[in-house]
Design a protein around this ligand. Structure first.
Ligand code: ZN
Length: 503
């Protein structure tokens, strides 16, 4: 086959892909709308539309012609690097879906949309029994689906992990989490002993929601989120939806008695949003512009939330602005007091509201449970009790209700088993990039001089421009000269908390 014919075949393949991309975008837009603007009673009717759309989406991405073209193109020799990456990503999606019988897939999609509604109700009524049968069904389907594509030497859970973060197995993650546990658990003990010295009372004074919202927009724009190509809306749980590089949507929530929650969510989702907006025009709306590594994505959001947003240098020029918005509430709060408060670490029950030091312990608990109920013999009936036991063991706290326990996260209700570890991987990737960035840039001074554009440009040219055309590990290797190395993360946590708490 000549290179010219190959280009033609590639174009043809992309036309099929564009059709399933369009249907996928419609589905994403519906889920964005459900979380932000749709009326609460819309769900039953809307789920019929979603059922039909997702059936068409599955048909489009498993069209037999795609299989024929993939066969003809092989690994895409003779095409550009980005085109070859597209072929690889389309092949992965095609093979994953084509292995699942259509009937099973449609049944599963319907179960999935029911499951979220059932989970929401179970959470409200505090009943694990109300969710258990659905959870068991979800687990059974997902195990079956993973079994279809399971490769030699990989467990079912390894196969699930691979869906979210390629190249990370339980063998590696066991080591990774053991390392985190060895650092965080003793460090947290020392930290908690000195927690009386950090006053956080002012955080729960009353801060009007409209002012918080204006500040969230300010902070997102300040770090580089472009509001000409993005919007910020309100939802119960903050999240980011990217359609293409000219339409990226972030959300935030506003609690009048919590000053920090909205600010750090705006920085977190802003970090995700910047990444999506930085995908170059030639990659956006192609497979390489869409399916970025979850770990890299989370590394960007956590970097802006923690390394940037919780730094004393970041607040030096900005704190006056916050005080201006909340003159009375912050009258007696100095910038030092503020920075110490937003960095306070203490054991808690809710993952999404937890501090930087304990965050990965929350993830570790979910990882251990998933491993045991997917690959091991832990019965779902026992999960709520095991959850409680692990929280007691690692964090020393015990949930009193299920909404602050096993029913707090939506992930399992969406059938996303194996997703949680990518949050912890993201934190570690973020710390490794940060370590390198500090060698290359005068990071603290840039924050003090409000030169966030330099930091943004560093990430844009070294991480964001690649989209999914490079793997997470390759991006890391090129940027830091080293493979994934979680030691940077544990060192970062140790150094930061020993300094902050004068340990
Ligand atoms: Zn995130």
């Amino acid at each position: 086959m000549t290179d010219e014919i190959k280009q033609e075949k590639y174009k043809e393949l992309m036309n099929y892909w564009k059709k399933s991309f369009a249907l996928g975008s419609a589905l994403t837009l519906f889920s964005w709308d459900t979380e932000t603007l749709a009326p609460q009673d819309a769900v039953d009717m809307t789920s019929q539309i979603l059922g039909s759309l997702s059936e068409q989406a599955q048909k489009a991405s498993t069209d037999p012609n795609i299989g024929v073209l993939l066969n003809e193109l092989g690994d895409g020799e003779g095409l550009s690097e980005a085109q070859r990456a597209d072929i690889k990503l389309i092949r992965k999606e095609y093979e994953d879906l084509a292995l699942i019988p259509t009937e099973e897939y449609v049944d599963y999609t319907m179960l999935q949309s029911r499951a979220v509604v059932i989970w929401t109700k179970a959470k409200k009524t505090d009943s694990y029994e109300a969710f258990l049968p659905t959870l068991k069904e979800l687990i059974a389907y997902k195990k079956k689906f993973a079994g279809y594509k399971q490769k030699d030497g990989m467990s079912i859970y390894d196969t699930m992990l691979n869906d979210f973060e390629e190249g990370f197995t339980t063998k590696e993650l066991d080591k990774f989490f053991a390392q985190l546990k060895d650092t965080i658990v003793p460090l947290l003990k020392r930290v908690v002993e000195k927690n009386d010295s950090i006053d956080t009372e002012f955080i729960s004074r009353t801060y009007p929601a409209d002012k918080q919202e204006a500040l969230s927009r300010f902070f997102a724009a300040y770090i580089g989120f472009d509001f000409n190509r993005g919007v910020l809306a309100q939802s119960e749980h903050p999240f980011t939806s990217g359609f293409h590089n000219h339409d990226v949507r972030i959300t935030d929530h506003f609690y009048e008695n919590k000053l920090d929650s909205a600010i750090f969510s705006a920085l977190h989702e802003g970090g995700h949003g910047i990444y999506e907006q930085d995908i170059p025009d030639e990659l956006t709306m192609t497979p390489s512009g869409c399916s970025m590594s979850m770990g890299i994505h989370e590394s960007q959001s956590r970097f802006y939330e923690n390394m940037v947003g919780r730094s004393e240098h970041f607040w030096k020029p900005l704190y006056a602005r916050l005080k201006e918005a909340f003159q009375k509430q912050l009258e007696d709060v100095s910038v030092d007091k503020f920075v110490r408060a937003i960095n306070k670490a203490e054991p808690s029950l809710i993952r999404t509201e937890s501090d930087e030091l304990t965050y990965c312990l929350h993830i570790m608990i979910r990882y251990e449970l998933e491993k045991r109920f997917i690959d091991g013999d832990l019965k779902p009936e026992r999960l709520a009790d095991e959850w409680r036991a692990l929280y007691k063991e690692y964090l020393g706290v015990e949930p009193q209700t299920l909404s602050e326990g096993i029913l707090q996260d939506i992930h399992w209700a969406q059938g996303a088993f194996g997703y949680f570890p990518s949050y912890a991987i993201g934190n570690a990737i973020g710390a490794q990039i940060y370590h390198q960035m500090r060698k290359d840039l005068d990071f603290d001074t840039l924050l003090e001089e409000e030169r966030l554009d330099v930091i943004h440009e560093y990430l844009r040219t070294r991480v964001h421009v690649y989209g999914a055309s490079k793997s997470a590990r390759d991006i890391l290797k090129e940027l830091t000269g080293e493979d994934f190395n979680p030691a940077y993360y544990t060192e970062y946590l140790k150094e930061k908390y020993e300094r902050l708490y004068e340990l």
